[in-house]
Design a binder for this molecule. Structure first.
Ligand code: HT7
Ligand code: ZN
Length: 876
């Protein structure tokens, strides 16, 4: 397989102004007729050759301006159809046959359950017909769907429905017209026997929009929350970004077999059913929040992605980074902004930093790839969002809004680049972001080290920051970046002091950027900032609000960390201080038994008993870092030592605070009817955290978990109780509870997924033999990505002590699954490889075994591009 390079981008020789598609959905196959209006691009090459993309297509017919094309005029390969001798304008008709029922890759048109659906991003449209399947080719699409109307009463595509007719043979033909020009990756088609829940939304200019969520009949009672979340998103985008919806109808369809979370097809979003369906009995609070965030994310793409799209796939973060930033701001506004920030930072530190430090490291704007599907990564999405967030920090909310207004106005209807986005931000604010743009170009996580020197005679604190970004594959020697450092100075009484930054000289003798603002602009390899007017040495709170996605090396004593856990006015840094303390404890506990220090115990007692605090926040402050998070702070990584250390600290906290956890639990038990609303969710989060500690340390806690398991009406509490019972150490009780749970929920596939993952991801239960049993279970299905994620994904990413079994059996199981899926669903196979890409960071005895499994995968014949790219880069 060949790499594709950003530097090779050039415009196509032809545009496709109109695309008319007819889908004839037959039992064994689908025949697709595409009529393309071709127009020569005056800025493109003028060879008269058109090279269309196509994969796994049977070509049945080809006519140009009504005449059948002779075989001398065209050539077909596995991936292209080339036509020669073309002039300025043509109508090209292509007839292809495809096989949706055997499409297990879930790209293009495929069947999920009894329905047809599509997934065209990034390059799935080429599995439907020959086309210029690239995002800068934008066309007006008309879609006709012909099928048996009794089996497929619902037939949908993008835009507005313009005709619905019965054909002479008794079949039905439905026509959809999307007036907005769009690239093929935003095309969608759905046909099935579906029900829908309908609502309406009046836009800010008074237009009436119909909203519909389509589901299989058994799920019709699970649509209300997503519909409400959609309306909240539409209102929020109007209020915060001034963006209004632009069609008469907005539709969402839930499908069971889907490679990712959801897809923003114009006017017809397609969702993984796990990211849209919920009712209190079956969905946890976390699932509700995920649904709200994903509904918002896909809706926000209507502007950041669809109205203004990407010129090429190297610009993917243009739409994804920006849209993740937008959905994060939305979630922050709907719930607790601090908790959302903590969640996002946890994700960046655990998953993105790992990617940035591994063999698949790439910049937010990559400069090459082999398979674009491998670049839907945490770097493109989450780091991309952090980069947009830093622009927001630098410009302020008002300046950022001016920039986004200019971006949308200037580029509406265009396919553009990340450079265009930044240019709009610069032009609207009169700032120069040239240096800042390195964030898009340089891979790797910058490491910032900080040293402080308090000078009593000057009543000043000198802060020296140094930055360094490690080499990454293909990028040796990085330049200093523009890092916004939000900070605070805390007095001994816990109050914030005013931050006065005096002019300072950096090592090069240049005057630095200074301000009384709390955001410092750190732009050089080394810089010293001087804070004046400080009668006492303050406690420094650095990188408040996670103001930049960097690793921070700054020594603070346990007393200072504890002080900040108690007093830092920045909620994110309160949490961060606590996590740093816990990391130290876990480090100590790897070697010996651990006892919770008394001063820490007192602070925790205070947190657990102060009823004025946000319970969700208290819960985060008392939650230990996950094993994966701890691994990111370890070198080399010894998963078994991490597991042991964490387990000891957990037990020590549970024992030292047993009474308080029990009391906190009792205080937060509520008899109100379950509502998926922020206050109730926050209370349940803390209540169930208390239960998890309480049940680790005492039989009373286990009895309470058992009572909660059997009596609750909502999945949040039932699942929390089940996890507590699994962790109780009583294997019989754990198994009985799991059996009862399956008995209760075996007919609800999404709940069964939770049942699968709670076992597969468990340190107590996720043993190799259990995983093998689950893979044989009636509930498991190799064709369904959710089931694969629930068993194999949970095992390899969460049950770390079993996955890293010293005999290498966990790695072997994962490699077997990857080899199997390589043939049926390469995207999922490739994603499952992620844990194996970290082999170099492990202790030698594990590292070698992991490498051996990677080599075994690499040696397989017929590797997909997806798997080949990750395996070969991991071994390079
Ligand atoms: N933009 C969507 C990306 C997506 C996707 C990409 C590759 C393969 C399958 C996929 N399904 C959806 C999702 C989003 O970011 O909104
Ligand atoms: Zn997206």
């Amino acid at each position: 397989p060949q790499s594709i390079y950003l530097k090779d981008y050039c415009q196509p020789e032809y545009w496709i102004s109109q695309t008319e598609l007819t889908f004839d959905l037959q039992d064994d196959a689908t025949v697709v007729t595409a009529v393309l209006t071709l127009e020569a691009n005056s800025a493109g090459a003028q060879s008269g050759v058109l090279e269309l993309h196509g994969q796994q297509l049977e070509l049945l017919g080809l006519t140009l301006d009504g005449d059948v094309l002779g075989t001398g005029r065209y050539t077909v390969t596995d991936e292209t159809l080339s036509i020669t001798g073309l002039a300025q304008q043509h109508f090209l008709t292509i007839v292809t046959r495809i096989y949706p029922a055997t499409n297990t890759a879930l790209e293009g048109l495929y069947r999920s359950g009894g329905m047809y659906c599509t997934q065209c991003e990034a390059e799935g449209f080429r599995r439907i017909t020959y086309y210029l399947d690239r995002p800068d080719v934008m066309s007006v699409f008309t879609t006709h769907i012909i099928a048996d109307g009794s089996r497929y009463p619902v037939m949908l595509s993008n835009g507005n429905c313009t005709a619905d007719e019965m054909l002479a043979d008794g079949r039905r033909k439905v026509t959809w017209l999307d007036p907005h020009r769009k690239p093929a990756y935003l095309f969608a088609l759905v046909a099935g026997d579906l029900l829908n829940k309908e609502d309406r939304f009046t836009t800010m200019s008074g237009r009436d929009v119909t909203l519909k969520i389509f589901v299989e009949p058994q799920n019709i009672d699970k649509t209300d929350y997503a519909l409400d979340a959609l309306k909240r998103s539409m209102r929020w985008d109007e209020e915060v970004y001034g963006r209004e919806y632009d069609l008469d109808i907005f539709m969402i369809v839930a499908v069971d077999d889907f490679n990712m979370g959801a897809m923003e097809n114009k006017g017809l979003n397609i969702f993984n059913s796990s990211c849209v369906l919920a009712n209190p009995a079956t969905a946890t609070d976390a699932a509700y929040q995920r649904i709200e965030a994903i509904v918002a994310h896909e809706y926000f793409h209507n502007w950041s992605g669809n109205r203004v799209t990407c010129r090429d796939w190297f610009q993917l973060s243009l739409k994804e980074g920006f849209t993740v930033f937008r959905d994060a701001s939305f979630s922050a506004d709907m719930h607790s902004a601090t908790v959302k920030r903590i969640e996002d930072a946890k994700m960046v530190r655990t998953v993105q930093f790992a990617e940035d430090g591994g063999p698949m490291a790439h910049p937010v704007q990559p400069d090459s790839f082999i398979e674009i599907a491998n670049f839907y990564t945490v770097t493109i999405y989450e780091k991309g969002a952090e980069v947009v967030g830093m622009i927001h920090k630098i410009l302020g909310a008002e300046g950022f809004r001016k920039g986004s207004d200019l971006y949308f106005d200037r580029h509406d209807g265009q396919a553009v680049t990340i450079h265009d986005f930044v240019a709009a931000m610069e032009d609207a604010n009169g700032v120069d972001l040239t240096l800042f743009k390195l964030w898009y170009k340089q891979a790797g996580t910058p490491v910032v080290s900080a040293a402080v020197d308090y000078r009593e005679d000057e009543q000043a604190l000198y802060l020296t920051l140094r930055q360094q970004c490690p080499d990454t594959p293909g990028q040796i020697g990085k330049q200093p970046m523009w890092i916004p450092v939000q900070l605070g100075l805390i007095a001994a009484d816990g109050q914030d002091l005013p931050v006065q930054v005096a002019p300072a000289l950096n090592t090069a003798g240049m005057e630095t950027w200074t301000s009384a603002s709390q955001v410092l602009h750190f732009t050089e390899a080394e810089q010293t900032f001087v804070f004046s007017g400080l009668a006492q040495p303050p406690v420094l709170s650095l990188f408040r609000d996670f103001s930049a996605p960097v690793k921070v090396e700054f020594q603070q004593s346990p007393q200072e960390l504890l002080f900040r856990l108690q007093h830092d006015s920045d909620g994110f840094n309160r949490w961060d201080a606590g996590q740093r303390l816990m990391l130290d404890w876990i480090d100590q506990a790897r070697l010996d038994e651990f006892e919770l220090p008394e001063d820490a115990r007192q602070v925790m007692v205070q947190l657990l008993t102060d009823e004025t605090l946000d319970p969700a926040m208290v819960s985060y402050l008392l939650t230990l870092p996950s094993e994966a998070y701890i691994a990111e702070f370890s070198d080399p990584v010894d998963p078994h030592a991490i597991h042991l250390g964490r387990k000891r600290v957990r037990l020590a906290m549970a024992m030292a605070l047993n009474e308080q956890f029990a009391a906190c639990y009792q205080r937060l038990v509520s008899h109100a009817e379950y509502q998926p609303e922020p206050q109730q969710m926050a209370a349940r989060t803390l209540k169930n955290l208390a239960l998890s500690y309480w049940s680790v340390a005492s039989d009373a806690g286990i009895r309470q978990a058992l009572a909660q398991f059997g009596s609750t009406d909502n999945m949040t509490d039932q699942m929390a109780a089940l996890v507590a019972l699994i962790n109780s150490g009583d294997d019989e009780l754990a198994q009985q509870s799991l059996d009862a749970f399956y008995q209760q929920w075996q007919n609800d596939s999404l709940v069964v997924n939770q049942w699968l993952s709670v076992q597969s991801g468990s340190a107590d239960l996720g043993t190799l033999s259990r995983i093998q049993q689950l893979l044989e279970h009636e509930a498991f299905d190799w064709r369904n990505p959710n089931k694969i994620r629930s068993v194999i994904g949970a095992f390899a990413n969460q049950a770390l002590c079993h996955f890293h079994a010293v005999d290498g059996s966990g790695y072997e199981l994962l490699a077997d699954a990857i080899i199997r899926l390589n043939a049926t669903n390469p995207q999922i196979a490739s994603r499952l490889l992620t844990p194996l890409t970290k082999w170099r960071r492990l202790i030698p005895e594990l590292s070698e075994q992991m490498k051996a499994q990677l080599e075994r995968v690499a040696a397989q014949p017929d590797l997909s591009r997806d798997v080949y790219e990750v395996v070969s880069k991991s071994l390079a």
